[in-house]
Ligand binder design. Sequence first.
Ligand code: DER
Length: 241
Amino acid sequence: LVQDELKKIAAYKAVEMVKSGMVIGLGTGSTAKHAVDRIGELLRQGKLEDIIGIPTSTKTHEQALSLGIPLSDLDSHPVLDIAIDGADEVDPELNLVKGRGGSLLREKMVEGVCKKFVVIVDESKLVKYIGASGLAMPVEIVPFCWKFTAQRLQEFFEYAGCVAKLRTFASSNGMENCVLPFVTDNGNYLVDLYFKGDIGDLKAASDAILRLAGVVEHGMFLDMATTVVVAGELGVTIKNK
Ligand code: DER
């Protein structure tokens, strides 16, 4: 099975937990996309009724709109019944890395206030410890003096062999190509942290990151997932907190 099929299997399994009348956090990314599509399909078939979606990005907002899913926000629904979203890494304690798609702030706001946070992954996302994939652990920061903030983050995590990189993208205005900072839905920048070693005490690391005034939020979702649906070659497993 190719990875996207596994993502779809995990997503469809998670959507079985959605009941009519629920307020649902709609995640962002290629796995969550399948879950939002499935919710739209069940709504159209009349198998789900009276649901309200709370999107975690403008991208998911547009997808849900196109599917006819009624949408609202945290101002109107400060508590959600369930949220379904992907993850970049899942450790044995169900701590997550999220945000490689750039939506970590709104995801953390929505997924922090739901009764049930269901994470959907293919088995490639399972890691022994957070940061082990060697891929980015994103931190959302304010644009003001971003270099200063990125340097502080890199220095704090020097013990774990950390390199901090501003997330950029290539752009061209027809005349010349240039590299611009990635800007989140909230008008902020992202610094991606790459680790060679184990971060160790995740809670202490989270507290230290959030103490930096220029930091808005980071991509470690600690003690938030209640359920993780893992789709693998040998089938689907559900891990509960
Ligand atoms: O960027 C995000 O937070 C996404 O949810 C990410 O964690 C998972 O994206 P994927 O489903 O495309 O791998």
